[in-house]
Design a protein around this ligand. Structure first.
Ligand code: ARG
Ligand code: ZN
Length: 890
């Protein structure tokens, strides 16, 4: 069942107003919907089309009367109602069973409360409706529920009225003054408490902010509230965008498929992205809360006020909103910096995290059977397309527009976008059209980023002519074929370039034909398969620094020997590229060691690498957060992508060898930095403190990898005396990588301390699922994962638990999952099928762990194929999982 982007047609009837009445009951909720349907003059004639799924239709009336014989037709996807008038009122009553809804899409229960998730197509699981984003309507909602179990009744917009009813029930009425598509509808009915704040917006309106959580969690919501207020201020200052409602609510729920959801005025969040205090959340958790809160808040303009015409345009709101939250995070990281260089380094730390995510999450997707452009051309199940490509690569595409147009030009484009399209459901072409129009820019070629899948390769070659003092840089591009796109065309790639002089300082750049030398970083616009640029007036051969700040989402191919990488690790003025030089050096060393391990050769870490690594480790003038990033290994997922063919066992051997050698050889330096970087005083979430803790924990990991008794003692001591979760977790993460008895003790102590804390236990599950095996003992992780599934705190119906334990094992422990006897794959097949019976979205996410199977050695492929075929042959498979395994086997 393939949906095509090209097949888009507006519906014959839209909806002007929606009145919803919910009589909430765990097993039998009755939903009465009154829809004013209006003929769309721009659409071909046709019936009123209503989608419905897993619904019991109680009644339908047309303008208050029973339908005529044959007037309402049941279809595969819902109902069609034949009407002749241009306006008609449909009254539809459905009955649903929230307690049995384990898909977590539509209306469902979590810990006794009622919650909704409607994006992308969950509203049709609540009532019959033209459930498409191009149908925008005004909503009023009445909720009725048991007052004892559901004292809090929330929906979108403004509260109109509350009241009590007989039989212990009560009600509330809500009205959303803004037009919205059905995917932004939400309700919550539960026993919750709120942290509240009143703030004044830039135009002087007082607005009420609420973060709703279970009462026992009230001591961990402060940070989410602060994050919300920071987000509001930032959007006002940077984009001139203000909150448009009198009330803005965030609700945390324990059972949630994704991270969070931007329902108008009523954001619903996975507890993981709301709750954090020093005792339960790491610095990374604090950072994630801040960025997800910002992301959902920013959607109010980029997503809600202007939404998507159809789901193929998903990146219109997601790519743009990820870009906005990344910019916000970078600004928050830099806010405490005391110099421009410090601010640049702080911003680079955010950029590095973004690019790490892209390389380990999006690159594999782009290289596998699910490869798609950021605006896909087809899908079988839209829930499979909330992808790293649509989100992360989509954000990179927006970032390139910023690079091309500049800050002011970009802002002008945004202003024009809102002035043209506020209150509308639009396309990616509309967005880029505004950017072009506001700047008189030609972005026609640039649009190829929206239609072409795959990660482009950018090749850079330099030629030095000493006689004329000219350096010629030739840039060439090519994109490998992806499913359905055998031929690729050149893209418009902005390439930020600098030239480094022999003393390590950046050189002012002068292109041939220019009178004077200008900036030290220039953006070269590559629009053809290959082109050269000549830099003149140079006294000696420079070292190029290409793709500074990661100016385009491509794989840079540049021939650099160890010496040159070490030089850029020491001197590149662009902090991103300095980090990248270190990553490239590590990648080369690790893949070299892996090849040696595969061939049974002796493993030896090159000396030049050790020197370059140590120089960064001991460099106290650098921001510790930045140093921690430069010394952290590339992810295994990314390295597997770079290894041809991918082979997890020798790769793991190489990584372990490298960490051990480095940890041992530099134990004194690691220890020295560890001791120096101790953060005094009470925990606060602050980039400077977080950076120190991050580098300290990295030192501890290398020391624990070496494994000397002093190292294990140090980790055990940090675990015991930790004053916050970042230190406690950092110590546990180091201990888990050892065979020392302290490992078992720490795991037990951690479990005992947090036995009733679901979110913290997720960390405990995750650490055990992702732990490396440092000895030659037989693999045991699978047995441990199975054993942990029997732990009373684990549940297959809670997505966070599945993502931590099963996701950790399938996606972040390659050497264990791909064990040579194939037992990991059999377990994967068993779990995907079990999950799919209740929650196809979660099952599909786990299924995706094996989609990249063709990159592995032939022996590994043969074993994976068995498991894929087993899942594919399962009867009653959801469209979600069927699409993934179908494309994988394809
Ligand atoms: N719009 C949400 C966000 O990015 C994601 C919701 C995705 N939900 C889903 N069922 N696919 O913030
Ligand atoms: Zn989003």
């Amino acid at each position: 069942n393939l949906i095509l982007r090209e097949a888009y047609q507006p519906l014959a009837y839209g909806v002007e107003t929606v009145d919803l009445d919910f009589n909430l009951d765990p097993q039998a909720t009755v939903v009465t919907s009154r829809l004013k349907c209006v003929r769309n003059p721009d659409a071909a004639a046709g019936p009123v089309v209503l989608f419905g799924e897993a619904l019991e239709l109680v009644s339908i009336a047309i303008d208050g009367a029973a339908p005529a014989e044959g007037q309402v037709r049941k279809t595969e996807s819902g109902l069609e109602v034949n009407v002749s008038a241009d306006e008609v009122v449909l009254t539809i009553v459905t009955r649903i069973n929230p307690s049995a809804n384990l898909t977590l899409s539509g209306l469902y229960q979590s810990r006794g409360g009622f919650y909704t998730q409607c994006e992308a197509e969950g509203f049709r699981r609540i009532t019959y409706f033209p459930d498409r984003p191009d149908v925008m309507a005004r909503y009023t909602v009445r909720l009725e529920a048991d007052a004892a179990t559901c004292p809090v009744l929330l929906s979108n917009g403004n509260l109109l009225e509350t009241g009590t009813l007989p039989n212990g029930r009560h009600f509330a009425r809500w009205e959303d003054p803004f037009l919205k598509p059905s995917y932004l509808f939400a309700l919550v009915a539960a026993e919750l408490s709120a942290l509240e704040r009143t703030v004044t917006t830039m135009s002087g309106r007082d607005v009420l902010l609420q973060v709703w959580v279970e009462a026992r969690d009230l001591d961990r919501v402060e940070h989410a509230m602060d994050s919300l207020i920071h987000s509001m201020r930032w959007d006002e200052e940077v984009f001139g965008l203000e909150l448009d409602l009198d009330r803005f609510m965030i609700v945390a729920v324990s059972d949630f498929n994704m991270g969070a959801m931007e329902n108008k005025g009523l954001n619903i969040f996975n507890t993981k992205y709301v709750l954090a205090n020093p005792d339960t959340g790491t610095d990374l958790d604090f950072e994630n809360v801040e960025s997800v809160v910002a992301h959902e808040y920013f959607h109010n303009w980029t997503g809600n006020r202007v939404t998507c015409r159809d789901w193929f345009q998903l990146t219109l709101k997601e790519g743009l909103t990820v870009f906005r939250d990344q910019q916000f995070t970078a600004d928050m990281m830099a806010r405490a910096s005391d110099s421009p260089a410090a601010a640049a380094s702080a911003r680079a730390v955010t950029r590095i995290a973004n690019v790490r995510g892209l390389r380990s999450g999006q690159f594999p997707e782009d290289a596998g059977p699910m490869a798609h452009p950021i605006r896909p051309d087809s899908y079988q199940e839209i829930n499979n397309f909330y992808t790293a490509t649509v989100y992360q690569k989509g954000a990179e595409v927006i970032r390139m527009i910023l690079t091309l147009l500049g800050r002011e030009g970009f802002r002008n484009g945004m202003d024009l976008y809102f002035s043209y399209h506020d209150g509308q459901a639009v396309t990616c072409d509309d967005f880029v059209g505004c950017m072009a129009e506001a700047n008189g820019a030609d972005l026609d070629l640039f649009m190829r980023w929206y239609s072409q899948a795959g990660t482009p390769r950018l090749k850079a070659e330099g030629a030095w002519d000493a006689a004329t003092g000219t350096y010629t840089l030739t840039l060439s591009q090519s994109t490998p074929p992806t499913p359905g796109q055998p031929e690729k065309l050149p893209l418009h790639i902005p390439v930020a370039v600098g030239l480094i002089g022999p003393d390590g300082a950046d050189l002012p750049l002068r292109l041939e034909g220019e009178a004077n030398a200008g900036d030290t970083t220039r953006v070269l616009n590559l629009k053809e398969a290959s082109r050269s640029w000549r830099f003149t007036g140079l006294a000696a051969e420079p070292v190029p620094s290409v793709l500074r700040g990661y100016s385009a989402p491509v794989i840079l191919e540049i021939d650099e020997d160890d010496e040159r990488l070490a030089f850029r690790m020491a001197h590149d003025a662009d902090p991103f590229n300095r980090w990248d030089a270190a990553q490239r050096f590590m990648e080369r060393v690790v893949l070299g060691l892996a090849a040696d391990a595969a061939a049974g050769r002796k493993l030896e870490v090159p000396q030049a690498f050790g020197h370059a690594f140590r120089a960064l480790l001991v460099n106290e003038s650098l921001d510790p957060a930045f140093v921690a990033e430069t010394l952290a290994l590339p992810s295994e997922a990314y390295l597997l992508e770079r290894m041809q063919p991918a082979d997890p066992a020798p790769l793991r051997a190489a990584l372990i060898h490298l960490m051990r050698e480095v940890g041992q050889a530099m134990q004194a330096d690691f220890l020295g930095r560890y001791l120096d970087l101790e953060v005094e005083g009470e925990y606060r979430y602050h980039p400077a403190d977080a950076g120190k803790r991050s580098l300290r924990n990295l030192c501890l990991r290398y020391l624990a990898a070496w494994g000397g008794p002093t190292a294990i003692d140090l980790a055990a001591k940090q675990f015991e005396h930790a004053g916050n979760m970042t230190e406690r977790y950092g110590a546990l993460a180091a201990l888990v990588q050892s065979d020392a008895p302290q490992r078992t003790e720490a795991l037990a102590a951690f479990h005992d301390r947090y036995r009733d804390d679901a979110l913290v236990l997720d960390k405990w599950f995750m650490l055990q699922a992702t732990a490396w095996r440092w000895s030659d003992a037989a693999p045991t992780t699978l047995d441990q994962v199975r054993a942990l599934m029997a732990n009373p705190a684990f549940s297959l119906s809670n997505p966070n638990k599945v993502y931590s334990l099963l996701g950790g094992y399938f996606k972040s422990n390659a050497a264990e999952f791909h064990r040579p006897d194939g037992a990991g794959y059999a377990f994967w097949a068993e779990q995907v099928v079990a999950l799919d019976r209740n929650n196809p979205q979660v099952a599909s996410r786990m299924a995706r762990a094996l989609e990249g199977w063709r990159k592995f050695t032939p022996e590994i492929q043969a074993r994976i194929r068995v498991a894929l075929e087993q899942v594919a042959a399962t009867e009653g498979l959801s469209p979600d999982v069927a699409e993934i395994v179908g494309k994988a086997l394809g």
